[in-house]
Structure formats: C-alpha cells, structure tokens
Design a protein around this ligand. Structure first.
Ligand code: DP6
Length: 357
C-alpha cells in the first residue's frame, strides 16, 4: 500500500485557513459490511452528487505540540459540542497519518446545502470536507507532494471517518474496494471509474424524495456490524462484486434496461439484508413502497427509463437520464410529492467532487 504517513514538513505554517465544498454520493452497488479499520467487505460504486454538499472551513493556528487534538466546531453558525465526539474519534484515527494536526488548534465551521436531519447522509460529505482541509494544510507543509498522492490520501482519510466518504472526493463515478475489473481500485481509498462512460450517463439526474426525516432507528454503523454472522453475508458480498463487474460493462455500453434492473436489485438487496439481520429491522416506510410501486407502474405504461435506489433510510432516490428530465419531473410533481414529508424533495445530478469555494 502507498505510505500515507506524513513524513516531514519543509515549510513552517503559523496560521492558515482552508475551505472545501464536498458532495454527498449515492451508491449504485452498495457497501454494507466492513472490517477494521473501516475496510469494505465488497467493492461499491457511486454517482457523486452536485447540489447536496457540505461546505467546511478550518482555521488552523500553530500551538505547542499536544497529545490530544484541539478543535472547536460550529455547525451552521452555532457551536455544536454534541457533534464533537464523532469528529474527535475521526481525528484520533487519522493522527497517525497526519501527525501535524497535533501542532495546531483548529476551528471548524461547517454547513450543509440540504436540510439537517433530512435523512440524507451528511457523514460522507462532512468527513470528505474535513479530509480535504487537512490535505490542503499538508500541501502547504510540503508543497512537493503530488496532487495525485494528495487526492488519494484525502479519500483514504475520509474513509477512516465514514466508509462512503471515500467516494465523495472525486466524481462523477467512484469505485471503492479492490476489484479485479477496476484498474487501480483499493480497499483503502476510492478511485474514479477508469473507463469511458456512455454519454447517456452524463449529467444523470437524482431526485431525492424525502419520505421520512426522522432519526433512523438503526445507524449505518450498527447495520454494517450486523453483517458479521449474517446468514447471507458471503453470498451478498459475492453478489455485490459480481454486480460491480456487470455495471462496469453497463456504464460503458449504455444499456439502460440492464442498469435499471441492477440498481433496483441492489437497493432491495441492501434492505433485504436489514430484514434478515439478527436483530432484524426495517428502514423503509409505507410511503417508500408506495413510491416504488408508482415508479414501476409509470415505467410499465411509458417508455421511461426511471428507476429508484435507496440508501440506509426511507428516502427514495429517483435516477433518470438528463434527456428525460422534463417528463420525469412532471410525473414526480403530479404523482409522487404526496408521499413526501411536507412535499419535500431535492433534485440533484451527478457532479465532479470536491471544490474550493
Ligand atoms: C447504505 O458509509 O454511512 O449508504 O462506514 O459506518 O460510516 P460507515 O457507514 P456509511 O454506510 C453507507 C451505507 C450505504 C451504502 C453505500 O453508500 O454504499
């Protein structure tokens, strides 16, 4: 493996600020099941989103080297000490690779473009944003480090915060997890899908229907852990890797019928793993199923290529080609909004990853 341990600073940096905007992502082949230290049981692939993002600014000020990481956290302008333990744990995991964080006090300001507790995973975009800010400091400390190395290290660090965050550094398609069909793939960090993608997948649309914005009964971390000793675990990991091979071909050839079948099957299989865990649990809500049935009905009576996917929650992501935007948005407005909490939805599309702002 590439050595991600920071070696030496060639510059002194007393005070600096870095800020990054990093997107959320939606998996097409899902990551569900992991081993220490946050290594996936199978490879996964996601579309990087564009509008759903986190903006984070970190102010660094040099201090006497400490044994603990020093930071304050503001979320949407307000001090949020209740979010600190999760970030502290993240810093703890990465300080081995970024020992310089012990030389600074950090003030972190963060905000999301999507409503807080909307059920849209903010850990992916949030951890990716912090990782990018640290990597910018690292580049200041040692300008000789290459951009390719630093991008890989950003994904590596983000992964240690939240597995799916490894796929939120680049875009529009990122694979995380070692897979024989994907050149350069690794369990340690995400890589851009390395082959030419069919134009039908350019600017692909993702309309997120907010079905339930409440706190999830079971967190992703607990869900991942329930894959240990799960009766279908091994078959599931094998199936996901097989699906990654299939989608690699689909993305190059542009066969939408195959894409739809694979993506919907992945979403339902993810939830099937939850239904068959011990203890079992259900994250879908009645309206999740209402929406799925409406989508199937609409597809049966039109030549539409819409399909759905789900993450670990009740919200439905509706995926469709840019060429069908008008018709699908009409369908969503007239038929599906009634199933959303307060009629809320977010229209998004594929994006290109982290950017400064
Ligand atoms: C269902 O990345 O949120 O969205 O690594 O424990 O932070 P941790 O889990 P997380 O799991 C995401 C699971 C998923 C599928 C996916 O994004 O691949």
């Amino acid at each position: 493996m590439v050595n991600f341990i920071f070696q030496e600073a060639v510059k002194t940096v007393e005070k600096t600020t870095h800020q990054w905007q990093t997107p959320s992502n939606i998996a097409l082949v899902k990551y569900w099941g992991k081993t220490e230290p946050q290594l996936p049981k199978n490879a996964s692939i996601s579309f990087t989103l564009n509008n759903c993002h986190t903006k984070t600014k970190i102010e660094f000020e040099k201090i006497e080297k400490d044994t603990e990481v020093n930071f304050d956290l503001y979320f949407e302008g307000k001090r949020k000490d209740e979010f600190k333990p999760k970030i502290a744990k993240f810093f703890d995991r990465i300080k081995e690779y970024c020992p310089y964080i012990l030389d600074y006090s950090m003030v972190i300001h963060s905000e999301n473009s999507f409503p807080h507790s909307s059920g849209i995973a903010s850990s992916a975009s949030g951890m990716a944003a912090i990782a990018m800010c640290l990597i910018s400091l690292e580049k200041e400390l040692n300008p000789n480090l290459s951009d390719d190395y630093l991008t890989q290290k950003a994904s590596f660090l983000a992964r240690l915060g939240s597995g799916s965050a490894s796929r939120s550094i680049e875009g529009p398609l990122v694979v995380w997890g070692k897979h024989s069909d994907i050149k350069g793939s690794s369990d340690n960090y995400g890589v851009k899908f390395p082959y030419k993608v069919h134009p039908i997948f350019e600017n692909y649309q993702d309309c997120i229907l907010l079905v339930d914005k409440g706190e999830k009964q079971v967190s992703s971390t607990v869900g991942h852990n329930l894959m240990h000793n799960h009766p279908f675990a091994e078959q599931r990991f094998q199936q996901a890797n097989d699906n990654l091979s299939k989608i690699t071909t689909i993305l190059q050839e542009g066969n939408l019928a195959d894409f739809i079948e694979l993506v919907e099957s992945e979403a339902l299989t993810l939830h099937a793993m939850m239904l068959t865990s011990n203890p079992y649990f259900i994250l879908m809500k009645p309206n999740t199923l209402e929406i799925i049935n409406k989508i199937w009905g609409y597809r049966a009576e039109s030549d539409s290529n819409i399909c759905f996917t789900l993450d670990a929650g009740a919200n439905v992501h509706i995926l469709y080609p840019h060429t069908e935007k008008q018709q699908v948005e009409h369908f969503i407005n007239t038929e599906l909004l009634k199933f959303c909490q307060k009629n809320q939805y977010i229209c998004d599309n594929t994006g290109f990853g982290a950017q400064t702002f």
